[in-house]
Write a protein that binds this ligand. Sequence first.
Ligand SMILES: Cc1cc2nc3c(=O)[nH]c(=O)nc-3n(C[C@H](O)[C@H](O)[C@H](O)COP(=O)(O)OP(=O)(O)OC[C@H]3O[C@@H](n4cnc5c(N)ncnc54)[C@H](O)[C@@H]3O)c2cc1C
Length: 251
Amino acid sequence: MVVVRTDPDRSAGHRGLSLMLVEKPSDDGHAFDYRQSESDGGGRLAGKAIPTIGYRGMHSFDLSFDGLFVPDSHVIGGRAGLGKGFYFTMAGMMGGRMQTAGRASGVMRAALRAALRYTADRKVFGAPLLDCPLTLAKLARMGARYAACQRLAYAVARTLDAGGGRMEASLVKLLACRSAEWVTREALQLHGGMGYAEETPVSRYFVDARVLSIFEGAEETLALKVIARSLLEQALADAAPSAAAAAMAAH
Ligand SMILES: Cc1cc2nc3c(=O)[nH]c(=O)nc-3n(C[C@H](O)[C@H](O)[C@H](O)COP(=O)(O)OP(=O)(O)OC[C@H]3O[C@@H](n4cnc5c(N)ncnc54)[C@H](O)[C@@H]3O)c2cc1C
């Protein structure tokens, strides 16, 4: 799915973007070079995976398009979809935020389980790490954070299904992703030196969690543009409904 400028008048800004489906043969590699046959348009689409510190199961690619022909039928929404690319992308954002909150909860659960297993097995000075009160306290805090984020994500998903929850989707995304960084960090810490070795899955959880606060809405953008703004609107509306609209317009 590619967002493309279809209106050459750049002053149209985001209203000049459309969304289209660009097909290419599937490829398992870290680089590809697809050339269309002459009868299909003779264009080229090349891609190269961008090396990253984590998330290596799902690479991001640098793409280069050269005269690639895409038929009209691949424009999402057909003729009526021209200029709607930005709006279609925005419409998909709520789902993206929820599934990222879900991914954050999943990586927290995996990290917590790994930490529980490791601290039960690992003996230091003859006793399992799990016997240390500090280990138990860490595990309890990690478990509480995971449980809160996971349950909040389900509750917000139900609110979205019922037609609301736009701000809450951003809120749970922000909270769960930041929590995943902390929970995976604590799990790695409980593994000691082994946690820093790539052979232990917890090292991967730690670097995988780091990207969650960046994509599907960067943490700062969600905080500033969605959450704080919405909380302010709500507070103003609660205080004086008639003044709220004027204050938000001035803001
Ligand atoms: C692994 C990976 C996969 C991705 N996959 C996709 C994908 O499939 N599709 C896609 O479209 N995109 C994808 N992205 C892009 C991703 O959505 C962007 O990287 C993300 O939205 C942040 O935008 P940016 O990188 O341009 O950062 P910038 O906008 O340059 O922001 C840099 C920093 O400044 C902060 N910032 C920005 N504006 C403000 C402000 N007004 N006030 C305070 N702070 C601010 C940001 O929060 C961030 O911390 C992917 C990124 C990564 C890393």
